[in-house]
Design a protein around this ligand. Structure first.
Ligand code: AMP
Length: 282
């Protein structure tokens, strides 16, 4: 039997309300599809904590800038449905753009502090698009918990803050970053990389490891760690650094000195035409 797929906002909302009133706990895993082990691990977490797991698959136009990769973003709905089914999800919510943003749509949700640094600088409207679509997905699917991946650490912090500030009755759970055997974080955008580019992109996760090793061996200077990471990335002529920053894990404020257990190093970089992000807790 195929997994239940819902496209209509009204149908999804009334289905969720029905599930809740019959006593089910709902878990939501919001995604843009092209599912990989990172997404699937979040389904596992949602299944542990709830008894009805909804996976939303929606390439959200409002979180892409005008010259970004919205058009070429990989769309693999058939395979995604199969993966969700195999992993034990219950429902796929796959609305059209028209369903989510009908003509005349004009309301956006914006977190103003945590969103201001890191990706907020190079992708000015990205996090506003993320908070807007997540609040809409929360209102449509009424989840008891929603599961996000640490790979998008700033996004997790912003969603947590939105839930706190707007009194949203959904618990936010964050799952660990899933990596390929060589350490590279799984990402839908890895599909853009040729073998050569992927090899160079591996420098990103390797550089995070270098930072972790420096902290483990007692380095306290954030400047030294950042310089070392940038130096490592500069060996690759395909890589252009967007940012390398040590920040507090919950506020995303830049750190001056290492306080082990409270911070993370975040990296964003272009590998030729592909923008990748990764981070490591220090
Ligand atoms: P996306 O489809 O890229 O918007 O991601 C959907 C969710 O999957 C977000 O919560 C991401 O943080 C999470 N995610 C993406 N890549 C990974 C990964 N490698 N490990 C864990 N979670 C991930």
């Amino acid at each position: 039997m195929a997994i239940q797929t819902i496209q209509s906002v009204n149908e999804m909302q009334s289905h969720s309300i029905g599930l809740r009133s019959s006593g089910h706990l709902i878990g939501l895993v919001p995604t843009m599809g092209s599912l990989h082990e990172g997404h699937l691990s979040l389904i596992d977490i949602a299944k542990e904590k709830t008894d009805k797991v909804i996976v939303s698959i929606f390439v959200n136009p409002t979180q892409f800038g005008p010259n970004e990769d919205f058009d070429k973003y990989p769309r693999t709905l058939k395979e995604d449905c199969e993966k969700c089914h195999q992993r034990g999800a219950d429902i796929i919510f796959n609305p059209t753009i028209q369903e989510m943003y009908p003509g005349g749509y004009s309301t956006f949700v914006e977190e103003e502090q945590i969103s201001s640094g890191l990706c907020g600088v190079s992708r000015p409207h990205h996090l506003r698009g993320v908070t807007t679509v997540c609040l809409k997905l929360f209102n449509i699917t009424r989840p008891d918990i929603a599961v996000f991946g640490r790979k998008d650490a700033q996004q997790c912090a912003v969603i947590r803050k939105m839930v706190l500030d707007l009194n949203i009755p959904t618990e936010i759970v964050v799952g660990p970053t899933q990596r390929d055997a060589d350490g590279m974080a799984t990402s839908s955008r890895n599909a853009y990389l040729s073998d050569k580019q992927r090899k160079e992109a591996l420098n990103i996760s390797n550089s995070l490891q270098i930072a972790r090793d420096m902290v483990n061996s007692g380095t306290k200077s954030v400047d030294r760690i950042v310089a070392e990471v940038i130096h490592h990335l500069s060996h690759s002529r395909r890589i252009r650094v967007i940012y390398v920053q040590v920040v507090d894990r919950s506020t995303m404020e830049p750190a001056r000195e290492i306080l082990p257990g409270t911070q993370q190093l975040c990296v964003a970089a272009w590998v030729d035409q592909t923008r990748l992000i990764d981070n490591i807790e220090l």
